[in-house]
Ligand binder design. Structure first.
Ligand code: B12
Length: 215
């Protein structure tokens, strides 16, 4: 079994010390940190399926969350080192939308955006629409990022975009949504400009927007 498979298995079996040990070993061996993050998502998918089938309980999700967080915190400094840009390329306001407290994926996006040269204002989790509006007024960002993993997060995202429109700020920012439940349909329903459930792709989209803005 490869270290990648072994790590996924250890996470799914909720064996924290083993999972973290393998993650460290992979980083020390110089493996691409993005590959390790991909494996986190793979493991999260399997855990989510087990939870849906009733094989795992909320307490298991909590444990899984601890392990995913633990590994992503080891990987994040390595992501920073990958940073190519030393100058600020743009400003990003990001948060997990109201009603949702999942933040492991969002925190990965924050680290990768900082590494890519974005100044990031992280509003945290369970962020009400009005806080996004206030943050746009205060920080004047180029991009607003919304994260959410629950189905109900899609409606929160829509309410947030609506609040941004009502405040007359919609044409000042590009909006990208991310997280497990989002897709093209959700993107249109929410009224965002782009969607992704892959942090690297999200960064590429944001950098493209900044290039377009310069022209
Ligand atoms: C860990 C976990 C938890 C932890 C979260 C810990 C934390 N600090 O985040 C805890 C235990 C707290 C938790 C709680 C709950 N959870 Co939970 N959880 C998970 C689990 C297993 C993994 C999530 C995760 O971290 N994935 C790994 C990260 C890296 O992936 P990601 O978030 O998708 O992020 C990537 C991309 O999407 C992207 N991205 C993410 N955000 C953004 C934003 C932008 C702007 C961009 C560009 C990109 C981007 O970048 C990341 C890297 O590529 C998922 C299962 C799953 N399939 O995801 C269930 C899951 C999300 N949870 C679920 C549920 C039901 C719950 C609870 C309601 C359980 C309960 N009964 O209490 C509560 C909800 C609490 C709340 N109000 O939010 C369901 C949601 C079902 C649904 N359709 O709504 C899932 C899908 C499990 C399942 N299959 O049933 N959970």
């Amino acid at each position: 079994m490869s270290l990648s498979e072994e790590m996924v298995r250890a996470i799914v079996e909720l064996d924290e010390s083993r999972a973290i040990e393998i993650a460290k070993k992979r980083l020390e061996a110089g493996e691409d940190p993005l590959k390790i993050l991909d494996d986190l998502r793979r493991a999260a998918e399997i855990i989510g399926e087990k939870y849906e089938r009733g094989e795992y309980f909320v307490s298991d999700l909590v444990m899984a969350g601890e392990i995913l967080k633990g590994i992503s915190e080891i990987v994040r400094p390595k992501l920073k080192e990958l940073g190519v840009s030393r100058k600020v390329v743009g400003k990003l306001v990001i948060g997990t939308v109201e009603g949702d407290i999942h933040d492991i994926g969002k925190n990965i996006v924050v680290t990768m955006a900082e590494a890519a040269g974005f100044e990031v204002i992280d509003l945290g989790v369970d962020v009400p629409p009005q806080r996004f509006v206030e943050a746009i007024k205060q920080h004047n960002p180029d991009i607003v990022g919304m994260s959410g993993l629950l189905t109900l997060a899609i409606d929160s995202m829509k309410r947030t975009v609506d609040a941004i429109k009502e405040a007359g700020l919609r044409d000042k920012v590009k909006i990208i949504i991310g997280g497990g439940r989002v897709d093209q349909h959700a993107c249109e329903y929410v009224g965002a400009d782009a969607w992704t459930n892959d942090a690297s792709q999200g960064i590429r989209i944001m950098l493209k927007w900044m290039e377009e803005k310069k022209r």
